[in-house]
Design a binder for this molecule. Structure first.
Ligand SMILES: Nc1ncnc2c1ncn2[C@@H]1O[C@H](COP(=O)(O)OP(=O)(O)O)[C@@H](O)[C@H]1O
Ligand SMILES: [Mg+2]
Length: 134
């Protein structure tokens, strides 16, 4: 977490807790998209955000443990998604081969977001988007 984030409270924030069942993923995705619309964010940002939320929440449900937290915050020129679960094992980009059906979620996150990472304790995966670029 950057020093700016610690000092600056978010301008807007949205937070939900999600039951650890994959049937919840569409709801999380739709909630994220609706929040982007409510906050008057650009359509392309809303589309990218929705996909990143979908991948991170799916990961937390599939690879994590327990209830999943989704937080979306806006600070200055940045929108940040944070997804947490109770598994300290960190999300790691895997080397999906051509024929592999899985293992591309974090690559999608890395290519759509302006930055992404995992908290030091491993519980939280985050992705940030610069709103000024859109
Ligand atoms: N929330 C998480 N908790 C623990 N491990 C995770 C989490 N998210 C991702 N991972 C690890 O990172 C790997 C890569 O995730 P991803 O690129 O989405 O591929 P996939 O979900 O298809 O395996 C996962 O296989 C898993 O080992
Ligand atoms: Mg995945």
């Amino acid at each position: 977490m950057s020093p700016t984030m610690i000092l600056t409270p978010p301008r807007r924030a949205f937070e939900i807790t999600i039951a650890p069942d994959l049937v919840q993923v569409p709801q999380a995705r739709n909630a994220a998209f609706a929040i982007m619309q409510l906050w008057d964010m650009d359509q392309s940002l809303a589309d990218d955000m929705r996909l990143v939320v979908s991948e991170l929440v799916s990961n937390a449900i599939e690879h994590g443990l327990g209830w999943v937290g989704l937080r979306i915050t806006e600070r200055a020129d940045e929108v940040r998604i944070e997804v947490s679960d109770f598994n300290p094992a960190p999300a790691r980009v895997s080397c999906a081969q051509e024929e592999d059906l899985r293992g591309r979620g974090l690559m999608i996150v890395a290519s759509l977001a302006d930055s992404w990472g995992v908290s030091e304790d491993g519980y939280r995966t985050w992705a940030a988007f610069l709103t000024g670029k859109r």
